[in-house]
Design a protein around this ligand. Structure first.
Ligand code: 5GP
Length: 190
């Protein structure tokens, strides 16, 4: 998606060898006009699938999932990262290793909000090693629901997540794929 690539080129900041910060439009401040274009782009790529719910993980997936949901006209469910007294006792749970925080955490979804009748589109902001996406897929599997596809805003193609998910023959669509960083500049996949 050219508009997204342009914003990454103009505003992205490369941290070390593997991290891209896009806080000015995606992960901290959110450019909702850009989100609208991205939501529409996800709809164009997945509109032939029957989607009943969008599933993401808090916090950075929620914004893009909410805007995309306006096009699919379905609810958004987001997996929670912390147990709280508000969360229903009956949950689907998966363990995820956080690439950015370098720690394990559990994600959970109340059993009320996913059922075997659901056809799920998983959306997230970044794909690195695929742990968050695989955790969300495990939750969909526990519910007996179907994963229709996975939509990612920025895939870092030099990490293994894309390969792992494509090996599972899941319909994966990334709006921008990065092959690497060179002297602080982002190299996009052609
Ligand atoms: P994975 O589970 O695929 O290893 O990592 C994906 C998650 O880690 C995303 O939900 C995202 O929040 C975070 N993440 C991974 N790489 C980056 C990155 O380069 N920049 C930012 N801002 N977040 C990242």
């Amino acid at each position: 998606m050219e508009l997204l690539k342009k914003r990454i080129e103009e505003e992205g900041r490369v941290v070390g060898d593997e991290i891209l910060k896009v806080d000015s439009f995606l992960n901290h401040q959110m450019d909702i006009e850009l989100f609208q274009a991205m939501g529409e782009a996800f709809y164009e790529r997945f509109k032939t699938h029957k989607i009943t719910k969008i599933l993401t993980v808090e916090a950075s997936g929620i914004g893009i999932a909410a805007i995309a949901a306006l096009y699919f006209k379905v609810p958004v469910v987001f997996a929670k990262k912390t147990k709280s007294r508000n969360l229903d006792a009956e949950t689907y749970t998966a363990e995820v290793y956080s690439f950015t925080k370098q720690a394990y955490y559990d994600i959970q979804v109340s059993k009320r909000y996913l059922s075997e009748d659901d056809h799920i589109l998983i959306l997230d902001d970044f794909l690195a090693n695929g742990k968050a996406a695989l955790g969300l897929m495990a939750i969909v599997e526990q519910a007996g629901a179907t994963v229709e596809g996975i939509g990612i805003v920025i895939e870092k193609g030099f990490q293994e997540g894309g390969k792992l998910l494509r090996e599972r023959s899941v319909h994966l669509e990334s709006l921008a794929i990065i092959d690497g960083f060179e002297n602080g500049k982002v190299i996009f996949r052609k």
